[in-house]
Design a binder for this molecule. Structure first.
Ligand SMILES: Cc1ncc(COP(=O)(O)O)c(C=O)c1O
Length: 416
């Protein structure tokens, strides 16, 4: 399919097709180099498939990094976007916004939460959670209570506060001085949390499954144990479900697997299937510390993003996509386990929940990623040497079979 670049440069013919080589040169020249990009440009998507500017088709098991839960160009999402864009794109939070209110109501009705604040990204949702924790602690204890315990290997965003909450030096290096008030402990270690809690602690922030950190799944008792420790200390528990929420792990929220709920939960990624949005959900007791003027966002919760969020959330619930993710996730894990049995010297472990799956390798993951791409499958990495698969929740069985087959062949391509 011919794709047009709407950008023009002096002396160039109008409306020319994408020249991939030139596009890559422009990227290298005009963009700040924060991402190590694959040498291709994706220009079209449908369901679990995408096409690059050369017309090559791929199975997209990156899902925009666990964003496009309903797949690309979902007709209901496209319909809502068209309609809402032509009706009212943006108004400020000085006014009531029906779509925002309805989405908040739906989220509360389907979770532990009583109230929602909308923002534009995961990092912002976590910033909001950090502010909420600290304000709550000030109002419910000593004025010097503000420390937040986070887990090594976690990931919470790239703003200064959230990169500090992210207990990984590689994301923080060079940005010092970092804001204070964060304490790090190993993931999946309740004793370490117990030891770290003191009179200055205001809360614990944790991903129920560490996504970026390597699809790390804690022991069964970990989240209930954290709940208990927080309750005993009178501090708040925040689950960052930015990657694990919205059905990804086979339940609407990952915390449901553990049978405990948090005081605060953050969402973003799949909430509007690619339209930027963030949400911080909280119980009434916590949410009430925000009063007019204490927090805000220009774009957060605008009619466009929340209209799309409404469509995404209702589709997810009506079409029982979390259950589908559980079923499809089991199939994909089984297929990948078969690959592991066949190639035990290169595949160390397959782990995951629902459609968030990590494959630990003993060969360089970058080589396997490139071999998958050459064979028409786009996948992610995570942690040190883990292949991460996060296909859309609407993915079908034939695509799972094909993906597992490509991973198998790609592993065969890589020298051991
Ligand atoms: C668990 C988790 N929290 C927060 C973030 C940050 O989200 P954003 O990139 O939208 O700021 C991410 C992004 O990968 C994430 O996986």
């Amino acid at each position: 399919m011919a794709t047009r670049l709407s950008i023009e440069r002096p002396g160039r013919r109008k409306g020319r097709d994408v020249d991939t080589k030139e596009l890559i040169e422009w990227t290298d020249r005009y963009l700040m180099t924060t991402a190590k990009r694959f040498p291709l440009a994706l220009v079209r998507g449908e369901g679990a498939r995408v096409w690059d500017s050369e017309g090559k088709e791929y199975l997209d098991f990156t899902g925009g990094i666990a964003v496009t839960a309903l797949g690309h160009s979902h007709p209901k999402v496209v319909g809502t976007m068209r309609e809402q864009a032509a009706t009212l794109l943006h108004v400020s939070n000085l006014f009531h916004i029906p779509q925002q209110t309805h989405l908040a109501k739906l989220l509360c009705e389907h979770s532990f939460a009583d109230r929602v604040f909308f923002s534009n990204s995961g990092a912002e949702a976590n910033e909001t959670a950090i502010k909420l924790i600290r304000k709550w602690a000030k109002e419910h204890g000593a004025s010097d209570r503000g420390d937040i315990i986070t887990m090594r290997g976690g990931f919470h965003g790239r703003t200064l506060a959230t990169v500090t909450a992210t207990a990984q030096e590689k994301y923080q290096h060079g940005y010092e001085p970092l804001p204070g008030g964060f304490k790090y402990v190993p993931f999946n270690d309740l004793r370490a949390v117990e030891r770290a809690i003191d009179s200055r602690t205001a809360g614990v922030l944790v991903e129920p499954i560490q996504g970026e950190g390597g699809v790390n799944i804690p022991d069964e008792g970990y989240l209930p144990g954290l709940r208990k420790l927080c309750d005993e200390a009178g501090i708040l528990l925040v689950f960052d479900e930015i990657q694990t929420g919205m059905g990804r792990t086979g339940k609407l929220w990952c915390y449901e697997h553990a049978g405990v709920s948090p005081d605060v939960m953050t969402l973003a990624k799949a909430l509007a299937n690619g339209v930027p949005i963030g949400a911080t959900l909280a119980t009434e007791n916590v949410a009430r510390v925000f009063t007019p003027g204490t927090h805000g966002s220009t774009f957060g919760g605008n009619p466009f993003a929340t209209a799309v969020g409404l469509t995404v959330f209702s589709t997810l619930v009506e079409e029982r996509l979390p259950e589908r993710a559980a079923r499809m996730g089991r199939l994909l894990s089984d297929r990948l386990e078969a690959v592991r049995s066949k190639r035990p010297n290169v595949v160390k472990e397959v782990r995951g929940k629902g459609l968030l799956i990590g494959v630990d390798l003993s060969v360089p993951v970058g080589d396997v990623l490139a071999a998958c791409r050459d064979r028409g499958l786009l996948v992610l990495t995570a942690g040190d040497n883990t292949l991460r698969l996060a296909p859309p929740l609407i993915v079908d069985e034939a695509s799972l079979d094909r993906a597992a087959d490509i991973v198998d062949r790609a592993l065969g391509d890589v020298r051991t």
